[in-house]
Every structure is written in structure tokens, then in C-alpha cells.
Design a protein around this ligand. Structure first.
Ligand code: NAD
Ligand code: UDP
Length: 313
């Protein structure tokens, strides 16, 4: 049994990670400032003696005693991370420094939830871990992209300078139950719009691509990454390589929800990457991991979840 800290533990991914780690008999400390996460996501764990919920903002130092740290604290939806861009980059940089300081003090292992956004709008396809990316350092997405790149840099520097056992996982677009109703990311937007019979807002002409990973697969990948020998730091891509055009996702969502909704086209946001697909060869070799849930199956489970949410709000 380990004592494990999850920063951003009340968010979409963090709450699923709490569940999985408690199910495997660990003690979980879930730290969150509830900016995009909610108590609702972890309410079923409150009262469980293996679970503690801590309201804290990770830009400030905190002293806890743990064996492992998953650093997930950071809004992930472009709408939310651009809402207070300065706060986003502070969360990434100060959050990494504070959790790395904790890992150093405790000789604890730390896993950084990095992102495919470190590749920016990529001119290499699919993206492998040794690709350095094509990121605009001064655009509206840079608070997130550059924040995550700085966090990776800090992970590596703490490792080289202080021998901290670090792990970097580059997460590609992940979806599933417990995404917030107003999250703003594409899968939740389309499902909620379709269930409400509202227009489906495709940005640009919808020919840009993303590769969608179901949350259960992603969590399995993170846990396997944490369990690798200390010598393996990553970065490792974790995502589903099945690539879809956004307009095809819109059509699939309409079909699967039997919705009367129509597709409408809206301007493409600045610096929106045109294509994205992970090369997951390294995850296969080092973690023995590959995704198992195809998009249609994962969407079905996500639609069921949002049906309940839409009914009760
Ligand atoms: P989310 O927004 O649902 O969760 C983020 C959580 O962090 C929320 O609970 C939020 O309240 C909390 N948080 C934000 N700022 C904080 C702060 N300063 N102090 C403490 N808590 C704070 O997003 P998610 O999809 O669960 O993403 C989790 C992590 O995974 C993020 O770091 C994100 O960048 C990364 N990631 C996610 C995806 C994805 O597709 N879901 C893709 C790439 C990377
Ligand atoms: N998108 C869209 N309609 C929406 C929300 C997003 O067409 O209502 C597009 C967005 O422009 C991007 C893709 O869907 O090309 C994925 O967007 P998301 O915000 O989910 O994540 P990103 O991968 O861009 O961080």
C-alpha cells in the first residue's frame, strides 16, 4: 500500500485516477482548488478511510507525506486555460516546482501529466517523442503549451540536478464520463449540443484531426508509466492513434444520439493544430500498453453519462 498524492484530483482525469488507485488499496490524497474540477467527481469517495480531499492551490507550497505524486493540476480545456492565462502558466510552473520540491524532500516518485500540446501545430505526423514540436511562444495557447513545456524542463532539471525520480507522460485528447458539462472541449461540447438538439459547433471547416483516447485506457497508461523502473523517465506518448476529422466526429455524435441537431461552422481559433496523432510505439515497448476502447464504444459510454447530466441540470 502506498500513499499517493494526485494534484488536480477532483478533475476529469484526476477523479478516475483516484478511483483506480483506491481500488488497488492505496491511500489517496486528492488536492484541488476546484477551478475546473468539482467535489461531485469524488463525492462517492468522501468517507472512504483511504481517501482525503484537500482544498489547495498548487501555486503555493504545501508539505505532505507521500510516496508518489501524480501532478495533474491544470485546466485542460482551451476555454478554461485561456480564461486566466497568467494563472495557467503559474499553475504549470509553480505547480511543477512545488510538487518537485516535495518529491525531492520525500524521495518520492513524481509523474507529470504533460500533453500532446508540447508538439504544437506539428509538421511531423504522427508525433513521436523525439519530435521537438512547433509551438507558437506568444499565442493564445502558449500559456498552456509553453507552461507544459516548462514543466517538462523542470522535471528533467530536478532529475539531473537532484536525482528526483521523474516520469513524463504526454497525454493526447482524452474523453469520457465526468468531463464537465461546460468543459468546452470537443467531445463534451458535441454530445451536450446533440442531446439538447442545439447546433453542433464545428470550428473551421472541420478537416482538422484529433485522436481520441477513452479515459479508462489513459488511466491504465498513467499507472503503468508510474510503475516503470526509475531509469525510464519518458517522455512517453499516451493516446489512441485512431485519427478522426472533427467534422466526422460531429456526424458520428449526431448519429449515435439520434439528434435533430445540425452542424454549423464557426471560425477556427488561433493556432488550433491541424492534425494530431500519437506514435505509441514507445508506450508499447516500455509499458506494454495500447488502447483497447474504440471511439464508437467510448462515445456510447460518454453519451450515457451526459444523458444523466443533461436530465438533472
Ligand atoms: P480538468 O480541467 O478536468 O482537471 C484539472 C484539475 O486541476 C481540476 O480539478 C482543477 O480544478 C485542478 N486545478 C487547476 N488549477 C489548479 C491549481 N492551481 N491548484 C490545484 N488544482 C488545480 O482536466 P483533465 O482533462 O482532467 O486534465 C488533467 C491533467 O491532464 C491536466 O494537467 C491536463 O493538462 C492534462 N492533460 C489532459 C488531457 C485530456 O485530454 N484530458 C490531454 C493532455 C493533458
Ligand atoms: N472544436 C470544435 N468545436 C467545439 C470545440 C472544439 O470544432 O465546439 C475543435 C477545436 O477547434 C479543435 C478540436 O475540436 O480543432 C479539438 O478541440 P479541443 O478543445 O477538444 O482540444 P484541443 O485538442 O484543441 O486542445
Amino acid at each position: 500500500m502506498k500513499r499517493i498524492l494526485i494534484t488536480g484530483g477532483a478533475g476529469f482525469l484526476g477523479s478516475h485516477l483516484c478511483d483506480r488507485l483506491i481500488d488497488t488499496d492505496n491511500d489517496v490524497l486528492c488536492l484541488d482548488n476546484f477551478f475546473t474540477g468539482s467535489k461531485e467527481n469524488v463525492i462517492h469517495l468522501i468517507g472512504n478511510p483511504r481517501f482525503e480531499l484537500i482544498r489547495h492551490d498548487i501555486i503555493n507550497p504545501i508539505y505532505l507525506e507521500v510516496d508518489e505524486i501524480y501532478n495533474l493540476a491544470c485546466p485542460a480545456s482551451p476555454v478554461h486555460y485561456q480564461f486566466n492565462a497568467i494563472k495557467t502558466i503559474k499553475t504549470n510552473v509553480m505547480g511543477a516546482i512545488n510538487t518537485l520540491g516535495m518529491a525531492k524532500r520525500l524521495k518520492a516518485k513524481i509523474l507529470q501529466a504533460s500533453t500532446s500540446e508540447v508538439y504544437g501545430d506539428p509538421d511531423v505526423h504522427p508525433q513521436r517523442e523525439d519530435y521537438w514540436g512547433r509551438v507558437n511562444p506568444i499565442g493564445i495557447r502558449s500559456c498552456y503549451d509553453e507552461g507544459k513545456r516548462a514543466a517538462e524542463c523542470l522535471m528533467m532539471d530536478y532529475h539531473r540536478q537532484n536525482r528526483v525520480a521523474v516520469k513524463i507522460a504526454r497525454i493526447f485528447n482524452t474523453y469520457g464520463p465526468r468531463m464537465a458539462l461546460h468543459d468546452g472541449r470537443v467531445v463534451s461540447n458535441f454530445i451536450v449540443q446533440a442531446l439538447r438538439g442545439e447546433d453542433i459547433t464545428v470550428y473551421g471547416d472541420g478537416s482538422q484531426t484529433r485522436s481520441f483516447c477513452f479515459v479508462d485506457d489513459l488511466i491504465e497508461g498513467l499507472i503503468r508509466m508510474m510503475a516503470t523502473p526509475d531509469a525510464f523517465l519518458g517522455p512517453v506518448n499516451i493516446g489512441n492513434p485512431d485519427e478522426f476529422r472533427i467534422v466526422d466526429l460531429a456526424e458520428m455524435t449526431i448519429r449515435m444520439t439520434n439528434s435533430p441537431s445540425k452542424i454549423v461552422f464557426r471560425p477556427l481559433p488561433q493556432d488550433d493544430p491541424l492534425q494530431r496523432k500519437p506514435d505509441i510505439t514507445l508506450a508499447g515497448e516500455m509499458l506494454g500498453w495500447k488502447p483497447t476502447v474504440p471511439l464508437e464504444k467510448g462515445l456510447k459510454r460518454t453519451i450515457e453519462y451526459f444523458k444523466q447530466q443533461v436530465l438533472t441540470t
